[in-house]
Design a protein around this ligand. Sequence first.
Ligand SMILES: Nc1ccn([C@@H]2O[C@H](COP(=O)(O)OP(=O)(O)OP(=O)(O)O)[C@@H](O)[C@H]2O)c(=O)n1
Ligand SMILES: C[C@](O)(CO)[C@H](O)COP(=O)(O)O
Length: 228
Amino acid sequence: MSTGVVIVAAGSGKRMGGHRNKLWLPLAGEPILAHTVRLFASHQDIDQIVLVVSEPDYADVLALLKAENLPVTVALGGNERQDSVRNGLAALATSCTYVLVHDAARPFVTKQQISDMIRQVQRDQATIMAVPVKDTIKVVGASGFVEDTPARESLWAVQTPQAFRMSLLQEAHEAAKKAGKLGTDDAMLVEWLGHPVSVMQGSYENIKITTPDDLWLGEEIMRKRRGE
Ligand SMILES: Nc1ccn([C@@H]2O[C@H](COP(=O)(O)OP(=O)(O)OP(=O)(O)O)[C@@H](O)[C@H]2O)c(=O)n1
Ligand SMILES: C[C@](O)(CO)[C@H](O)COP(=O)(O)O
């Protein structure tokens, strides 16, 4: 049974505030992107990696992959994350039965979590990593007033990787495109098909590096993992 991963890296990192894609920013002295790709490239259960990048990053990504001798297929991204995932799926070998979708901006997922996710998707066909929210979450209306307070016990903050039977995710992406629907994660598209999605407990360290604060938190996580 073959498993591929689509790593999406074609964003622009607007919330980081820099002039270049945040994935080139250093984490423990090396680009965030390099950490994420290396992790999957060295995972024994991953058979193919598709890295989705934007046009301005294309040449530098090829140079990075060559310098590190990383066996990765490169695809071009689109305007929205969903477009980038769809392009990545198109570049994945048809022999892949299962596919993981992962944000390049989440370099802290562990090999054990990836293995656990692959096991769970073989059972459930659609599985996401998530953590219970720690804060009370409010629904706030356009007026700036609270409209609702959902019960915290049922609220989870969703991460990547998310794993799917390849044919199911392809069907979900095709259906969403046809209907002109845009999801903020891949599971939403599968949910729209009416297919159940199981949840695997993730970790609070699996942050998405999004704003400048996440950079120092990321450095702390690296230091902790190095035992410093
Ligand atoms: N059109 C897009 C948008 C996002 N991504 C990727 O999706 C992941 C999660 O997105 P996010 O953290 O929001 O990254 P950006 O879109 O780059 O950030 P921002 O929204 O601040 O611009 C990132 O690895 C990003 O590179 C992508 O491949 N293609
Ligand atoms: C897929 C995701 O990482 C799950 O938390 C998230 O939805 C990506 O969203 P973004 O808008 O691209 O940050």
